[in-house]
Design a protein around this ligand. Sequence first.
Ligand code: SF4
Length: 272
Amino acid sequence: MTALPDPQLASQAAPVSPADPQLEAHNRRLEQLLEQTDLEGMSPETMLRWADGHFSGRAVISTSFQYSGLVMIHMAVQAGLSLRLATVDTLRLHPETYAFIRDIEARYQRPIEIHRPDAAQVQAMVNRHGEYLFFDSKFKQQHCCQIRKVRPHDQLLRSADCWIAGNRRDQSGHREENTPKGSLAPEYGTQRKILKLFPMADWSEQQLLAYMETHGVPRHPLYDQGYASIGCIICSTPVLPGESKRAGRWRWFNNNTEEADDKKECGLHYNI
Ligand code: SF4
């Protein structure tokens, strides 16, 4: 994850510890799986089945309920896989998202793990920078994303060996170059590795929509209001025809060429 020059944050990183045989064996297993498995050649269904088979109870689909996440949930449930389903509630999601989470649980009869930020950390951030710090600067936006999204997600990953996310190469120029179907990510603050999978990496939006139509996969209601990307209530906005998919994210940074649309990330996927 992106390092922040904040002493409060830096103090939470664990020091490098002496070699741990169990940890080394775990990391070696993941490295071998990555080297010996043709993940790039797998279809999404095959990859989800493969993950379920290799990481029973320790593989999790982490989603913000965009197209890719819904398609993966649908595929996993239809195939009878025991993959865990999880999301991060930043406490700033749209009301439609909260309602949609309940709809998805009811529709698929599967619980969705909800991971929320630490209340004391949120309060400390707000006390120091204000509730709407993300308007002030890119640095403060990333700080807010760290507290509200990345850290709760790091907590989720402590109980996982395989992290499955819906990133696709057609979502931005940055993602086109940084979305391998399989890679290793470090667990924050430790030397333990986690296998990170992007089963939908090479699917286009058209393919996803066609699949959803054919299989009756529910769509997040915000898409019908012009959203192209689902996130927090102020930081995600609808996009206009011709705008990039991530133009609606942190829209007030759109004129900053240093933070062009294709580089807009919350920090979850920096370590790919
Ligand atoms: S998207 Fe906005 S409100 Fe949500 S965590 Fe990031 S900066 Fe904070």
